[in-house]
Write a protein that binds this ligand. Structure first.
Ligand code: PEP
Ligand code: MG
Length: 580
């Protein structure tokens, strides 16, 4: 038995066989062939085409019912491309005229086509380049007998009950994980605060990330135990260890049953302060967990997930349907965050300034939306239309200056006027809030609070930008510190600004769902939390058992600590005390 360690995600344990995803680039061989071998080389390519078509057909059959409609269209388009003479017949011509192997001929012709698409003026046609790349890649792997895959290309049956081992997984790929009934995943890269980790938590899927190459020790079909709480992976455990883990699993279930008894309890502290606990969601699939947790509503709906794993942005109509489904489904207040694409939240299709948006400091989130109204406007219309079906608020991500707020507010005003003139229903009193994720916004919170109806502290990004560490880079992950004195001072500043302006302040970063910080945040004056629904009852348990007056003195010591080490020691002390 071997154990390897990384950063754990979730608090579950999974036991299953390893499935290795090889995501390495393919090196295409080039060699010349004899005249006598030309026919068999052409046949090799033709057979690979037939085989690839069959794989697409199987993939189509294994698509889950919940997969977006576009997934099937996407597979159909790729199947069709496999019959396109421009790709296949022209590659065959190259095999014959240049007497080269099929892989090289295919790559050469695919490169020619990609260049043609890249020169197209029309953005839709330009994006077709990605289709050519996808199809070529699949065909090439078939030709070369490589069983490497992308997660979305593997049939669900092969993955059922497995633990996926990979160099990395994107948030978009992680969305597929549950569909395929994978029970856990393990990656070399990544951190606990990446969106991949956030999606895993929302799927209640244990994972260990940031293994720094330790996945090299895992082979296909090894039996693994993945412990999300401790961040450990046991490779081929002994019977005794397996037994111990099975016992731990039953303890976890026991604890879940205990927490379920708190569902109907009112969320208030021992000294009677009401604390609002809301849920963060990415897709409507999480609605059942939201209901189970009895959340006060949705405090953060990350709409960008609607844009993932597809070839084109959703239309206004499609967005409207999705938002309406969420609003009607939860039947409680829903805060819809406008598009926060960029950073590690990557999309498959091309969009303006895509490259810049992929940098955490680039033209992402509200910056991208304000620079590309054609992207922003359909979303604002869709959200406003959904507001006719429940209590909806709009939330702006990644504000870094007050003017951005002014611009969004006037755009919302204009959109409302348009909808009104078209006779389309919406809630005219829809509230607009802003996320405080950039230190500049935290420092300017007093000014922002005068323009907005509420503030929400996005600590995931606020910590990233305050401490200058990329939240997905595991090399600097050790510096990611929610209780760094600088971070705590900014949080305190924002809460104070909200109180002064008499508007609600919530906190919706991962910190909100971590019981280690519940007392501290209460002591800082936080009264509204928004977190993954699976953590609401744990946090509620903390709240029910604490007296906020008694908290204050001890919490001051954490906030006033001059180094992160002192802050950690004070926090431990704070969490140890009986404060009833
Ligand atoms: C945050 O930054 O804290 C946040 C909630 O937003 P996201 O994690 O989607 O960036
Ligand atoms: Mg953020």
């Amino acid at each position: 038995m071997l154990s390897v360690f990384g950063s754990g995600i979730g608090r579950g344990i999974a036991i299953g066989k390893a499935y290795l995803l090889r995501q390495t680039e393919i090196e295409t061989p080039r060699y010349t062939i004899n005249k006598a071998d030309v026919t068999s080389e052409v046949n090799r390519l033709r057979e690979a085409v037939v085989d690839t078509k069959l794989k697409y057909k199987n993939l189509l059959k294994s698509l889950p019912k919940s997969a977006p409609k576009e997934s099937a269209a996407f597979i159909d388009a790729h199947t069709l491309m496999l019959s396109d003479p421009l790709l296949i017949d022209e590659s065959i011509k190259i095999i014959k005229s240049e007497r080269v192997n099929a892989e090289h001929a295919l790559m050469q012709q695919s490169g020619n086509l990609i260049k043609v698409f890249e020169r197209m003026q029309d953005t839709y046609l330009r994006a077709k380049k990605t289709d050519v790349e996808h199809v070529t890649n699949r065909l090439l792997r078939n030709l070369m007998g490589i069983v490497s895959h992308n997660l979305d290309e593997i049939s669900g049956e092969d993955l059922k009950g497995k633990i996926v081992i990979s160099n990395d997984l994107t948030p978009a790929e992680t969305m597929f994980v549950k569909e395929h009934k994978i029970v856990a995943f393990v990656t070399d890269l990544g951190s606990q605060i990446s969106h991949t980790a956030i999606v895993a938590r929302s799927l209640k899927m244990p994972a260990v990330v940031g293994l720094h190459g330790a996945t090299k020790y895992i082979n296909d079909n090894d039996l693994l135990v993945v412990d999300g709480l401790r961040g450990t992976i046991l490779i081929n455990p002994t019977k005794a260890v397996l037994k111990e883990y099975k016992q731990r699993l039953s303890k976890i279930r026991q604890r879940e049953r205990h927490l379920a008894t708190l569902t109907r309890r009112i969320s208030k502290t021992a000294d009677g302060k009401r604390i609002q606990l809301m849920a963060n969601v990415e897709t409507s699939k999480e609605l059942s967990a939201v209901k189970r947790s009895n959340a006060a509503g949705i405090g953060l709906y990350r709409t960008e997930y609607l844009f993932m794993n597809r070839e084109q942005a959703p239309t206004e109509a499609e967005q409207f349907r999705a938002y309406k489904k969420m609003v009607s489904g939860v039947d409680k207040p829903v805060i819809i965050r406008t598009l926060d694409i960029g950073g590690d939240k990557r999309l498959d299709f091309n969009y303006p300034n895509k490259k810049s948006s992929e940098s955490p400091l680039g033209l992402r989130a509200v910056r991208l939306c304000l620079n590309h109204i054609e992207v922003f406007k359909p979303q604002l219309r869709a959200i406003l239309r959904a507001s006719a079906y429940g209590k909806v608020s709009i939330m702006i991500p990644m504000i870094s200056n007050v003017d951005e707020v002014g611009q969004v507010l006037s755009l919302i005003k204009q959109t409302k006027a348009e909808l009104k003139s078209e006779g389309i229903r919406f809630d005219s009193r829809v509230k607009v809030g802003g996320m405080i994720e950039v230190p500049a916004a935290a420092i300017m919170a007093e000014v922002l609070a005068k323009k907005l109806d509420f503030l929400s502290i996005g600590t995931n990004d606020l910590i990233q930008y305050t401490l200058a560490i990329d939240r997905v880079d595991d090399a600097v992950n050790y510096l990611y510190d929610p209780i760094h004195p600088a971070v705590l001072q900014l949080i305190r500043l924002v809460i104070k600004a909200g109180n002064n302006a008499q508007i609600p302040v919530s906190l919706c970063g991962e910190m909100a769902g971590n019981v280690k910080y519940t007392r501290l945040l209460l002591a800082l004056g936080l009264r509204n939390f928004s977190m993954d629904a699976n953590y609401i009852l744990d946090v509620k348990e903390q709240i029910l058992n604490v007296d906020t007056d008694k908290l204050k003195r001890l919490a001051k010591r954490v906030v006033n600590a001059d180094t992160p080490v002192h802050a950690r020691a004070e926090l431990e002390q704070l969490n140890k005390e009986t404060l009833m």
